[in-house]
Design a protein around this ligand. Sequence first.
Ligand code: FPP
Length: 235
Amino acid sequence: MESNNLPIHIAIIMDGNGRWAQARGLPRIYGHQEGKQNVKRIVKHAANLGIKYLSLFAFSTENWKRPKEEVDGLMEILRVGLQEERPEFIREGIRVVFFGDRTRLPREVLKEMELTESLTSSNSRLHLAFAINYSGRDDILRATKKISQKVVEGKVKVDDIDNELISQELDTRDFPDPDLIIRTSGELRISNFYLWQSAYSEFYFTPVLWPDFDEKELESAIEAYQSRKRRFGGI
Ligand code: FPP
């Protein structure tokens, strides 16, 4: 893998934990545990490769529809995972942020998120975002409400609403648009992840399940990205 022409921002839809567990005759939550182990491995490798921005889709606004047991299990994995990994994020110079609607999250999870954000806020080796209770449409919806409110208050004129202003109201405002979006486990769709932000992203789909997506797989995705020609609508 060449270290020039790296994607600046990689976003990953971490899919296939449930199937990884089921293939081994284990309950789905074991797959999520294994998925968490892989988050550690991929975050570390991305930082070592010199990737500056990494987004991980950890829980979508639609994931509440899963059985309560699985939702509770995922929330617990997030809470414990953040608590355990916080010293490592600090040591490794990783700034951690969270995208998504925070209003519906359990208080104990929110507490870990806020503490992790504040204790890593001055780091800049890698900017790491976890999308939790996030969806692309919900992000755009919340941004639309914020802009409408500003129009009502006379702070923004309708004619001044442009792409830049909308981008600035999204949760992702501090992140550049993703250069590369990876989805594991063989599904070929965006599933309401970054809709606005993916306008010119390159997509990489692999049948490998998330717990099996290791350092080599990440490098293969980056190599595929490096072999593509991006034109952004030009020729
Ligand atoms: C998709 O697999 C995966 C999720 C819905 C959860 C992803 C969350 C983690 C990997 C934990 C993150 C940990 C930390 C510390 C942030 P799926 O359940 O849809 O799998 P399936 O398609 O095989 O059913």
